[in-house]
Design a protein around this ligand. Structure first.
Ligand SMILES: [Zn+2]
Length: 76
């Protein structure tokens, strides 16, 4: 028998990370800041970014290649 746990997710939701980083150039998309030059208003969630969107800095990596940034990664 299997019971469903409804109070806690079994695995972290990468889309829920506060920021995502381009593995190619290091560009970071922050949900709270958005990216107005790309047409994403501040607060635009990662899930709302089109799958075909590519990194505005290097244009090499697309959304699916971005890695979620969690914890105290800010600074510098
Ligand atoms: Zn990039």
């Amino acid at each position: 028998m299997a019971e469903r746990a409804t109070d806690a997710p079994a695995e972290p939701d990468a889309d829920a990370a506060p920021a995502h980083r381009c593995p190619e150039c290091g560009y970071v998309y922050e949900t709270a800041a958005g990216d107005p030059r790309e047409g994403f208003a501040p607060g635009t969630p990662w899930a709302a970014i089109p799958d075909g969107w590519t990194c505005p800095d290097c244009g090499v990596e697309d959304k699916r290649s971005f890695v979620p940034v969690v914890g105290a990664a800010a600074g510098g």
